[in-house]
Design a protein around this ligand. Structure first.
Ligand code: PMT
Length: 407
């Protein structure tokens, strides 16, 4: 049976982090998806998984040593770097990322990466401080400018017991990213470009304070992934969140403020589809103080606010490049349907998802409940309640409805 990765060859480089144990599962999943897999294991990686385990699962000998006459003769590092359709580094430690950024070639893995003329996907995994360190972030920025693809890292409990960003993406996510790179979905949205906004915006008051909200980005990111899974080429514009770039989404633009979000939405495109799931601040402080505002005397400071640009309304009007389908959300705590219908009319979008929010609902949750509002052919409004579901399931349902509407 032909599978998405049939006839594809992956070179998996396993470096020295505890997440290396997940790479065994990744090999199994890649094989199940029809790929041929060969592995390079660094000395560090071999502290966590054995060459025998990788060889057994991949069905191929494992390469470990740059200076082994036997290994170099069998499959030298140049050939290793050339025979794969994609090189995947999972886990990619801070050390390996630094070597890649600076062109070191002091072991088989780094020599293969330096000699490669193939696309490379990294799945970073490390302690959160190591990930956040200016050195690692500078290395990542360098690798991104060279077009290296990245999946994760995710946030959560790390092996060292700390909580933060640095967990390797799960094997399923890495598999999705590999599939998106090697076998772009020939789904119903293939050839369509989609824009998704996600997460909150932060509107600065002074260098340390901002006006923001509780949006986690879970819903918007899930929508971006679901549209990509149906074949759309998705650009995700996101406010600050703890989420990794979703699988299969080639372009993620991180912004802070509503004005930055608008610029990012308008400077790429045109798009066939726009979904505005971001919780954009309607207002921002009229002026941003250059210095931290001091607590002086008894009186609380007062701010005047000024209105932010409305991204959904702007995209809905953008002529001649208006996306064919512009979708908004209406986050409401009360009179949900009435307020959502009024917003629908005001913003000029094609569909709006009325979203009840409040304590334990909507923002930050893993599930969501919405009502889809759109126009019937005769111009009347149709409101279709969608039962509560995980944000992923809701995103898939929306992506399917989008695909049907654009058929
Ligand atoms: O991020 P999560 O934690 O997963 O939560 C998901 C969510 C609850 C944030 C999401 O499902 C949702 O409802 N998003 C819209 C949030 C919102 O702020 O809605 P609103 O009713 O204020 O805005 C209406 C629409 O206009 C939205 O599509 C919004 O993106 C858009 N908007 C609003 C203001 C503005 N200046 N520009 C905009 O584009």
């Amino acid at each position: 049976m032909k599978t998405p990765l049939s006839n594809k060859t992956i070179l998996l480089i396993v470096t020295g982090g505890i997440a290396a144990y997940k790479s065994l599962d990744l090999v199994r999943k890649l094989k199940d998806a029809g790929a041929s897999v060969s592995c390079v294991l660094t000395q560090g990686g071999a502290q966590f998984v054995t060459p025998l385990a990788l060889a057994t699962l991949s069905g191929e000998p494992v390469s470990t040593d740059l200076f082994s006459p036997e290994q170099e003769q069998r499959l030298g590092h140049i050939r290793l770097s050339r025979q794969a359709d994609l090189i995947v580094v999972a886990p990619a430690t801070a050390n390996t990322l630094a070597k890649m950024a600076h062109g070191l070639a002091d072991n088989l893995a780094s020599a293969v990466l330096l000699a490669s003329n193939k696309p490379i996907l990294i799945a970073p995994a490390m302690n959160s401080q190591m990930w956040a360190s200016p050195a690692t972030q500078a290395n990542i920025a360098t690798l991104q400018t060279r077009g290296i693809h990245q999946v994760g890292p995710a946030s959560g409990m790390l092996a060292c017991g700390e909580i933060g960003e640095g967990r390797m993406a799960e094997p399923d996510e890495i598999l999705q990213a590999i599939t998106a790179l090697l076998a772009p979905a020939a789904g119903p949205l293939a050839g369509r470009k989609a824009l998704v906004t996600s997460g909150p915006t932060y509107e600065p008051i002074d260098p340390v304070r901002f006006i923001g909200n509780r949006s986690s980005g879970k819903q918007g990111h899930a929508i971006a992934a679901a549209l990509a899974a149906l074949g759309a080429e998705v650009t995700l514009v996101t406010g600050p969140t703890a989420l990794p770039a979703p699988a299969g989404v080639p372009q993620t633009i991180a912004i802070q403020t509503a004005r930055e979000m608008l610029d990012a939405c308008l400077c790429h495109g045109p798009y066939d589809i726009a979904v505005c799931a971001a919780a954009v601040a309607d207002w921002r402080p009229a002026t941003e103080s250059e210095c931290k505002i001091k607590k002086e005397g008894e009186a609380a400071p007062t701010f005047s606010l000024t209105e932010n640009p409305d991204i959904l309304a702007t995209l809905s009007q953008a002529v001649p490049n208006r996306p064919r389908l512009v979708i908004g959300f209406a986050a409401e705590t009360d009179n949900v349907l009435d307020h959502a219908k009024a917003k629908f009319a005001r913003k000029g979008c094609d569909w709006i998802l009325a979203n009840k929010v409040g304590a334990g609902q909507g923002f930050g949750q893993d599930s969501n409940e919405v009502t889809l509002i759109r126009r019937n052919a005769d111009g009347s409004l149709a409101a279709t309640p969608w039962p509560a579901a995980s944000k992923q399931a809701l995103a898939q349902k929306l992506a399917k409805a989008v695909a049907e509407a654009l058929e």
